[in-house]
Design a protein around this ligand. Sequence first.
Ligand SMILES: Cc1cc2nc3c(=O)[nH]c(=O)nc-3n(C[C@H](O)[C@H](O)[C@H](O)COP(=O)(O)OP(=O)(O)OC[C@H]3O[C@@H](n4cnc5c(N)ncnc54)[C@H](O)[C@@H]3O)c2cc1C
Length: 426
Amino acid sequence: MERFAIIGFGCAGYHGLRAIREAGCSARVDVYSETALPPYNPMLTTYYTAGRLPYEGLFPFGTLPEIAREYEAELLTGTRVAKVDAKARAVTTADGTRREYDKLLVATGATAFVPGSFAHLRGAFCMRTVEDAVALHDALEKREYQNAVIVGASMVGIKVAELLHKRGCQVTLADMAPHIFALAAYPEVSEMIEARLRKLGIELAFGQAITGAEETLDENGQVKETTVRLADGRELKTELLVLNIGTRAATGILDPKEVQTDRGILVNERMETSAPGVYAAGDCCQGREMQSGGQMIIGLWANAATQGRVAGRNMAGGSAETDGNILHNITHFLDMDFIGLGDNRLTGEVRTYQSPDKGFYIQAVLRDGRAAGFNILDNYRVSGILKAHLIKLLRGQAGPFSPEQRGQLIRCGLEPAFIEALEGKK
Ligand SMILES: Cc1cc2nc3c(=O)[nH]c(=O)nc-3n(C[C@H](O)[C@H](O)[C@H](O)COP(=O)(O)OP(=O)(O)OC[C@H]3O[C@@H](n4cnc5c(N)ncnc54)[C@H](O)[C@@H]3O)c2cc1C
């Protein structure tokens, strides 16, 4: 009997396992997971911390016994893989146990990045794992923080800012980038969001690197206050520091001489790596980004699911492919919706639409008369159609919106003239 291994049991690992079984494959599957928890959704961590989701809600695929029963897998939880020997097709766990495999899926995700200048801090929080969510949740239960500094004005940073603001905390959002959502928003749209945040009383400290931080302890040795230093000499004093500086693909278990890596593990459209029998999926890998045609980490839940499914089907002997994805973000925070579709660094002809009565805003960038990216404020209902349109263009299927899409866009408040502009007709 063939023996498969899956390392990492988040969204990508779970979907890999499920696809193997749904393809009718009966290989033995060893699933290595460093946590003792069922696969969880990192997107929901801030909802748990905010008290808006019960703990069980973090685990969308059920309990470990349920999953093991349904998909007949050997779930080796609490078992961290220390290294992969791709030549010998073997996995060694942290306790030194070595097991062989015929095919391997690496689905190790990403970890929160904490730069060296913050590594010594005892009281700083991150937001990536269930443990991070529980730590901040419990800290907020124990102490009423008056103020907080959140480093990293990303989709994660804004969700943390939201939950603390709603608890009555005076929040400062800091980032080296000059604007919020630097990887997704056009500058004008960032400025609109920033104006709204300032109006809510959230302070913004953008455009300055954060060079370090020092903690002051109380008489019990607990962190009383942290001083965060900015490159321009300013200091921010805070009771609570949350670092959402970014993530790094978890690739350390692989030997780059055996499995080609860049920022993440390099994969083709079948999710195969450069090593025979080794597949990768999710936040640990660099799949195809459709706009550039290059390989990029696209750290999104749906992307991890698709990649995991493709890898699983191919491990099972099938022939599945994904032609990639585009950069996109859909975030709801502080009663607003921001949607960014496409690479926001691409410039071109800018078209904007401000709904006169429904209060939403769209900024589109067109290149050679074809849409290359969208920012949408406060109208998530059009995002699916605009994303599908962008992907269609990238697949070389140029053409107008279908009558159904056009009807839906009009129902969602867009005027025909703007729709035609998006189709390059005006
Ligand atoms: C706060 C937050 C908000 C987000 N919001 C959105 C959003 O709005 N929309 C969206 O699409 N995406 C969002 N994301 C991103 C999304 O959650 C991820 O893209 C997705 O969960 C990636 O899944 P994954 O399976 O690749 O990785 P992970 O979920 O990171 O799973 C990897 C697993 O592998 C395990 N592992 C790692 N190394 C080892 C090892 N050596 N041995 C054994 N096990 C190991 C890890 O413990 C982990 O459980 C958000 C993420 C966060 C943190």
